[in-house]
Design a binder for this molecule. Structure first.
Ligand code: FAD
Ligand code: 2HG
Ligand code: ZN
Length: 476
């Protein structure tokens, strides 16, 4: 971890002592206060094994009131706290930088209510995303957000990072789908914005502040979310292309010809497929290798109508020579095989060695060029791959080397170049993963100094002692 530079520990924070631990043991039961280093270890380290903290205490509350008591105490004692959900975040936001207490939401996992007329589900923030899906599915509803980490990530973590994922194209982001939030501020006060209303213009929409704030403004304890009816007819097509220009043309066509049934438009380049084939039990989908692979999903409620639309679309892209190969999957098994190719890229890259991740929003004309530029720069020194939610303008640029730890010379070849490139095209240096501890000093590439100033004053109002997730998101 030596090349991951940490800000110095701020000496204003207290170091925890036995009295603190006793206090927490009184609020929570004994099993919810972890102090044994072997129990704490996993919570200190992030999913990529890139960031590691040195906390000696994990607290696992079960109720909002317990969260409130913990934070009130920490605020008085100036003990720093990192809220942690499923710990699948990719920017080092979910683990301590130094010895912050880890406040795990894992035991706050109850689904509290569902309205079958409005489709609004209310649950505690530690509910695992996939468990919400399993709860809703038999009721004929589905979650409006889906991502590869669904088996571990929690809805509170998704909301705190404003996660995007593969359904954003269809259902929009969490700023629209989250109807209510209950959160606890640093001083322990409980903010009840847990509305289940679709329309509510009574003053400032405070819940929006917590969406994407990465645990720096409050701890989210409950959410309510609008969920759409679960589509009954799902089809997936996998296509190959010989140029990125054709990927763009296919995207425009998919939007206009598939319209309301288009539910995902993902792309991956050939090096991604090679990495997946090297680490997963999957087959190369076509004999003929091509530089670009596109996964298109449609979801609707009328199988005949949907297949007809998809077949017309397929005919049109074939007739115009936009694709080289294509294959449609209509049954669950083949659909999951196609999705596995796309969804296991991150995990497979992780098995390669050290992975340098960049999550960019870029205009379509500059979207793939950055991958080519970086590939030329690295020329065999590292594997450069590009994939992502092209339908939302979101590129995942990943550069991997067989060797760990992370190397300074590799970072120097990427940064600040990638950020400058993105900024010069008015893109975003974090499309969906957030800022965490990876990018506070780079925030200015995507936000003006006045905007950063306003963010700092909001942070100062809501958490004047800066106990919540310090060293993250905002620059010093
Ligand atoms: P954590 O990682 O535990 O925390 C993330 C941040 O939120 C931290 O700053 C933490 O302090 C804060 N936080 C967590 N819970 C709370 C809470 N209750 N209150 C306040 N703050 C809290 N992201 C995407 O956007 N799209 C994708 O397609 C996508 N795919 C992924 C695929 C894989 C295989 C992996 C490993 C990650 C992926 N991610 C993706 C990253 C994404 O950010 C997370 O998966 C997810 O949103 C984080 O949820 P979590 O519960 O794991 O949160
Ligand atoms: C995805 O879309 C995730 O699969 C992870 O956002 C992206 O690993 C990455 O860079
Ligand atoms: Zn993504």
């Amino acid at each position: 971890y030596s090349t991951i530079i940490k800000p110095e520990r701020d000496s204003k924070y207290a170091t925890i002592n036995n009295q603190d631990i006793n206090y927490f043991q009184n609020i929570l039961d004994k099993h919810s206060v972890l102090t044994d280093p072997s129990d704490v270890e996993g919570f200190n380290q992030d999913w990529m094994k890139k960031y590691k903290g040195t906390s000696s205490l994990v607290l696992k509350p079960k109720t909002t009131e317990q969260v409130s008591e913990i934070l009130k105490y920490c605020n008085n004692r100036k003990i720093a706290v990192v809220p942690q959900g499923g710990n699948t975040g990719l920017v080092g936001g979910s683990v301590p930088v130094h010895d912050e207490i880890i406040l795990s939401l894992a035991n706050m996992n109850k689904i509290e209510g569902f309205d079958p007329i409005t489709g609004v589900v209310t649950c505690q923030s530690g509910t695992v995303l996939e468990n919400i899906e399993s709860y809703l599915s038999p009721l004929g509803y589905t979650v409006p957000i889906d991502l590869g980490a669904k088996g571990s990530c929690q809805i509170g973590g998704n909301v705190s990072t404003n996660a995007g994922g593969i359904r954003l194209l269809r259902y929009g982001g969490l700023h629209g789908n989250i109807l209510g939030i209950e959160a606890v501020l640093a001083d322990g006060s409980i903010i009840d914005c847990l509305s289940t209303l679709r329309k509510d213009n009574t003053g400032y929409d405070l819940k929006q502040l917590f969406i994407g704030s990465e645990g720096t403004l409050g701890v989210i304890t409950k959410v309510s979310m609008i969920t759409p009816p679960k589509p009954t007819s799902v089809n997936v097509g996998l296509f190959t292309c010989d140029s990125f220009d054709k990927v763009k043309t296919i995207l425009t066509r998919a939007k206009s010809q598939l319209g309301d049934i288009l539910s995902a438009f993902e792309f991956m380049d050939r090096p991604c497929i090679d990495v997946v084939l090297a680490h997963q039990q999957v087959q190369d989908p076509f004999d003929n290798k091509q530089p670009f692979y596109i996964l298109i999903e449609t979801s609707g409620f009328n199988e005949t109508h949907d297949s007809e639309k998809l077949n017309d679309f397929l005919e049109s892209i074939m007739n115009d020579d936009l694709i080289v190969d294509g294959s449609l999957a209509t049954d669950t098994k083949n659909i999951s095989a196609f999705w596995k190719l796309r969804e296991s890229i991150t995990e497979s890259l992780g098995k390669e060695g050290a992975v340098y991740k960049y999550d960019l929003s870029l205009p379509m004309d500059q979207f793939y060029s950055i991958v080519e530029i970086m590939r030329n720069k690295f020329e065999g020194k590292a594997n450069v791959v590009g994939f992502g939610h092209v339908g939302d303008g979101n590129l995942h640029l990943n550069i991997s080397t067989p060797k760990k730890p992370y190397q300074k010379e590799i970072f120097d070849m990427i940064e600040p170049f990638v950020y400058e490139y993105t900024s010069s095209h008015r893109g975003s240096i974090s499309a969906e993963h957030g800022i965490g501890s990876m990018k506070p000093n780079h925030l200015h590439y995507s936000k003006s100094s006045n905007s950063i100033h306003l963010m700092k004053s909001i942070k100062n109002t809501m958490d004047p002692n800066n106990i919540l997730n310090p060293y993250k998101v905002l620059p010093n």
